[in-house]
Design a protein around this ligand. Structure first.
Ligand code: OGA
Ligand code: NI
Length: 408
């Protein structure tokens, strides 16, 4: 059924790690680094007649996603998934001499229970504010969402991606017309190299799609998770505002709770995790992202010249600042670059991102006037969200944040 040829067979079949927590061990990727550079060089210079756009189109037309490629029994990845030497050499840690543990838990995990108590609340606001200024990322625990809701949601998304291919294909589309779409690589036709993941996208707010449009295998779970995520989003927006010294309701008033979209990713086993990535380095567009991840790991955040792991913490939810919040906060909070390594574990990795965007897209957005002073002049000009999101979706997810575009 699937006719892509795999002309490039480099390196040996990667040995599979069975254990879940050490799949992305640093020493492993260091050892493999020489092979990567070689492979990428070959990729750049050989095979003149390789018709990349045809292969990409065929892959998209097949509607099977990367999960389907793996199921078809491939042992090396198609050439259009191989990233540039530059990207691949950056997959290895830079300061390898450092003790791994000194960097291993840099991203803070914050207990957000007991916010009714004003002392406790200001301590939490302080932690959240600091995490947003330094990393733009943190995890929350004791967030009030029952742990079985988290597990059921992740399980349901796994269930969707593991439906028989023929059945799953029915949702394969690049347009979000019905509010639900299954696809591989949102930026497949804009990127220089494809990444090793499939995604189920869904509009969550202001309204869910018609219930019958949502795949039955994850319908109830997503309806539930959407409710909880919206509640959590509200609490977080308050904390984020307070961390900037603003009224708690500011972000909500700008309708950032109301337009939510979901990207539920499946990162299947990749036979050559050193030649590709799970998701390319990028920043998130909206104001805030709420992310559920399972225990496999692979999400990394840029910190100086290094990449630090966002280690899976059981029961925790990952939160990160998006471009719009960096702009609104006039660079106080950081919309940080992040990426996911290709998954070298046999076990697939599942993650579910919810992006909070403004419902009122034609309003002007720019740095909050309260945060502008002669000492801290506005760093960005005002813009309408419609313009911003159009730019976002016609570029590749390549780490070059759009915030620069609006810089004064
Ligand atoms: C995203 C994203 C991270 C992950 O969807 O924007 O960064 O862990 N996902 O899947
Ligand atoms: Ni992201």
């Amino acid at each position: 059924m699937f006719s892509i040829q795999f002309p490039l067979r480099i390196g040996s079949t990667h040995s599979h790690h069975k254990e879940h927590h050490s799949c992305h061990s640093k020493t492993g990727s260091q050892k493999r680094n020489r092979k990567i550079i070689m492979a990428a060089t070959i990729n750049d210079t050989t095979n003149q007649e390789y018709d990349r756009s045809k292969e990409v189109r065929q892959f998209d037309d097949s509607k099977i996603g990367v999960k389907g490629l793996i199921d078809s029994g491939i042992t090396s990845i198609p050439k259009f998934f191989i990233h540039s030497a530059e990207t691949l050499s950056d997959l290895k840690p830079k300061r390898s001499s450092r003790l791994p543990d000194s960097e291993s838990n840099l991203i803070p995990t914050i207990d957000i229970s007991g916010l009714e108590d004003s002392n406790r609340r200001s301590a939490v606001v302080d932690k959240v504010g600091r995490a947003c200024r330094e990393f733009g990322f943190f995890q929350v625990v004791n967030h009030g969402v029952p742990l079985e809701v988290l597990d059921r949601t992740i399980g349901a998304i796994k269930g969707f991606h593991e439906l028989p291919t023929e059945e799953k294909m029915r949702w394969y589309r690049r347009e979000m017309g019905t509010g639900v779409s299954f696809l591989s690589n949102v930026d497949l036709f804009h990127s220089k190299a494809a990444s090793w993941r499939d995604t189920l996208q869904m509009t969550l707010g202001p309204n869910l799609p018609e219930l019958e449009e949502i795949p039955g295998v994850c319908r109830d779970e997503l309806v539930d998770w959407n409710q909880y995520a919206k509640q959590l989003g509200e609490v977080l927006m308050e904390l984020l505002c307070e961390g900037l010294g603003l009224n708690a309701g500011k972000l909500k008033d700008l309708t950032f709770l109301d337009a939510r979209t979901m990207a539920a990713h499946y990162y299947p086993y990749c036979p050559q995790p050193d030649l590709t990535v799970g998701i390319m380095s990028h920043t998130d567009p909206g104001v805030l992202t709420v992310l559920l991840q399972d225990q496999i790991g692979g999400l990394q955040v840029k910190h100086g010249e290094d990449w630090v792991d966002v280690k899976p913490v059981p029961g925790a939810i990952v939160i990160n600042v998006g471009d719009i919040l960096q702009i609104l906060s006039n660079n106080e909070y950081k919309s940080n670059e992040h990426r996911v390594l290709a998954n070298g574990c046999q076990e697939p990795r599942i993650s579910i991102a919810i992006f909070f965007n403004p419902l009122k897209r034609d309003n002007l957005f720019g740095p909050f006037p309260e945060l502008i002073s002669p000492e801290k002049p506005a760093v960005y000009r005002e813009f309408v969200y419609t313009d911003y999101i159009k730019r976002f979706f016609t570029k590749e997810l390549d780490g070059k944040s759009l915030t620069n575009y609006y810089k004064l």
